[in-house]
Design a protein around this ligand. Structure first.
Ligand SMILES: [Zn+2]
Length: 189
């Protein structure tokens, strides 16, 4: 190999390797969808086909693609805005802060789904963080509680706190989420 030669990854348009592109190339080489991808696709298919309000489905889609109007995303668009978290006055550094590592959100999960805290650190090292969350929730039979209620509740509560200075307690969010899940279960019997 000549000293000027270099490796080019053909899985992406810019020649740089990413884990995601690696999945796609491997899938094509094998001529099939990997079980993990297949399973995750099934979860999103189930989310999309669930009988929940379209705005909740759209919300989850925006979460997965990190296109919610967070302070960080406003900043990325060049809009000058402080990065203070309206819930804890810390730094609203990411979606993960808003939904999981903010002390407020952490309390919500500890009250409602404490198992999530055991997985969080490992998931944060994954490229498909949201797929991991939903996959585990689905396997534990708590997809309704995690996706349609708790994630969904945390976001408008954060927005009300930011714009209207109104904030529910973590225990109130949990109680409402559990009650809604119970109502859905009761109505389907
Ligand atoms: Zn916070």
């Amino acid at each position: 190999m000549h000293s000027c030669d270099t490796f080019i990854w053909h899985g992406t348009s810019n020649g740089h390797y990413t884990v995601k592109s690696g999945y796609y190339v491997a899938r094509n080489l094998l001529g099939k969808v990997s079980p993990a991808l297949d399973y995750r696709a099934a979860i999103w298919s189930r989310l999309w086909g669930a009988s929940v309000q379209p705005k909740i489905k759209f919300f989850l889609w925006r979460v997965r693609h990190n296109i919610l109007p967070t302070k960080l995303n406003w900043q990325r668009r060049g809009i000058p805005i402080d990065d203070a978290c309206p819930m804890c006055n810390g730094t609203e550094s990411s979606l993960l802060h808003i939904f999981f590592t903010c002390p407020f959100s952490r309390k919500v999960w500890e009250l409602c789904c404490p198992w999530i805290m055991d997985y969080l650190q490992g998931w944060m090292e994954e490229v498909n963080f949201w797929d991991c969350v939903l996959e585990e929730a689905s396997q534990l039979g708590t997809l309704d509680l995690v996706a349609y209620n708790l994630l969904w509740s945390i976001w408008p509560n954060r927005n009300k706190s930011l714009h209207e200075l109104v904030c529910k307690m973590p225990s109130a969010l949990c109680a409402a989420a559990i009650r809604r899940v119970a109502e859905v279960v009761a109505s389907s019997i």
